[in-house]
Ligand binder design. Structure first.
Ligand code: AMP
Length: 419
């Protein structure tokens, strides 16, 4: 071990477990890709102002959790704490919204950074896969995204997750509700910081997890009673489309989420096997975000699903992914001449698209066969001097244990289909 360790709140992905993460990322992205979402990649850092304006000056993410820094050149940057603001910034900068082809549907996958108190399921560096549909107000898009996330989790074999759904209203009805809520909250017995929050972002007080706060919130005005007719109709349509798709959800009027930009539809995927960090993914509509970061009005909706927590959810449910072995053929040479011949064969196999590996170093047959087994390869190719003199190699089926001599010239053709 070196003197260095991974920084607090981070961990490394190493084989063999890393294969599970890769598979989870792919599985989450697959339904979105098949639904017309194109891949977008943005820098790991942005101007800090993008997040301050986009995510919200009053959110924990911006005030407490952002890795913000100034460069030697004086630029004020921040490691990205979330994906939506960056993706929208990139879409605007690339003029994707002007292509006349709305909505702009994008998916992404990457690392995100929040200076949080680390615990199981909560890290300072974590991984998300996200999808955004930009520039269109259509309840079918909100429904589509929720259905795609549901499909992703199901394809992984997850069952014990629930979908929480709410509407946060829009620029017309939310302010009316906000006033009513502020009136109610100001009458409660709350600490200084929470009192400040009432004035900046009262909806987030509803999100306060402390029991002494939650206890006082009984009887608080609920947004549902304040939704304008347009928001109500929109939300009903989202719900109807989900129900028609057979996607089960729970109405959760307390669901406000920790980012300021959400309007109308908000949703969260929670997993019941994860303890306190139960949210595996979340998202919603953010009709005002584009204007908040200086763009034109572009009503949009999206989600981000956490890869780390999805892996934990798989563990909690005892789901083992059926991952194919990375190596199909493992070559074991006995002697110098065999090394050269088999190394050449391995190269040929790889070029033919067969995943092949090789017993490097001067190892005995026993040790090399152990590595062959460990690789998960279905076949081993073994050759010694006598085999080469006969122009053959021994092809061993690692499952049945059967072994047969195959002419050197025929090996690649024989194994081309062995994947
Ligand atoms: P959020 O934007 O906070 O709703 O995050 C979306 C998803 O990212 C969450 O549901 C989590 O699965 C994941 N996530 C957010 N923060 C963390 C963190 N600190 N550590 C691990 N996963 C996280």
């Amino acid at each position: 071990m070196s003197t260095f360790k991974a920084p607090k709140g981070t961990y490394d992905l190493l084989p063999p477990d890393s294969a599970v993460y890769l598979a989870v990322r792919e599985a989450i992205a697959a339904p979105a890709r098949a639904a017309g979402y194109g891949y977008v990649e943005t820098p790991g850092f942005e101007n800090v102002e993008l997040f301050a304006r986009g995510v919200g000056e009053s959110t924990d993410i911006v005030t407490k959790e952002m890795y913000a820094f100034e460069t030697k050149g004086g630029d004020k940057l921040a490691l990205r704490p979330e994906g939506t603001a960056s993706v929208l910034r990139a879409a605007l900068e690339g003029n994707l919204h002007k292509s006349g082809n709305l909505p702009v549907k994008l998916w992404y996958s990457g690392s995100y950074y929040r200076y949080e108190r680390p615990q199981k399921g909560r890290y300072r560096h974590f991984s998300q896969v996200g999808a955004e549909a930009i520039g269109m107000e259509d309840p079918a898009l909100d429904a589509e995204l929720i259905i795609l996330a549901d499909q992703a989790y199901r394809s992984l074999g997850l069952r014990k997750f629930r979908i929480l759904l709410n509407s946060l209203g829009d620029a017309e009805c939310r302010p009316v509700y906000r006033d009513a809520l502020q009136g109610f909250l100001r009458g409660l017995d709350l600490d200084e910081e929470t009192r400040r929050r009432i004035e900046i972002n009262p909806l987030r007080v509803l999100d306060d997890k402390r029991p002494e706060v939650q206890k006082q919130l009984t009887g608080a005005p609920v947004l549902r009673d304040y939704l304008c007719d347009a928001c109500k109709a929109y939300h009903e349509e989202v719900r109807a489309l989900l129900t028609a798709a057979g996607v089960v959800y729970e109405d959760d009027e307390r669901l406000v989420r920790g980012l300021d930009y959400y309007t109308r539809t908000t949703f969260e995927f929670v997993h019941d096997g994860l303890g306190s960090q139960s949210a595996v993914g979340g998202g919603g509509r953010y009709d005002g975000l584009s204007e908040m970061i200086g763009g034109p009005a572009l009503p949009s909706v999206g989600w981000a699903l956490g890869v780390d927590r999805t892996v934990l959810a798989l563990e909690a449910e005892g789901v083992a992914l059926d991952l194919p072995a990375a190596t199909s053929v493992y070559a074991v040479p006995l002697g110098e001449e065999a090394r050269r011949t088999l190394f050449g064969l391995v190269t040929e196999l790889r070029r033919a698209g067969v995943a092949a590996d090789f017993a490097y170093g001067a190892r005995g047959l026993k040790g090399a066969m152990k590595s062959a087994h460990r690789s998960g390869a279905r076949y081993a190719l073994v050759a010694g001097e006598r085999d080469l003199a006969d122009g053959v190699v021994q092809l061993k089926d690692m499952e049945s244990g059967e072994q047969q001599a195959v002419a050197l010239a025929e090996v690649v053709d024989r194994l081309r289909t062995a994947r």
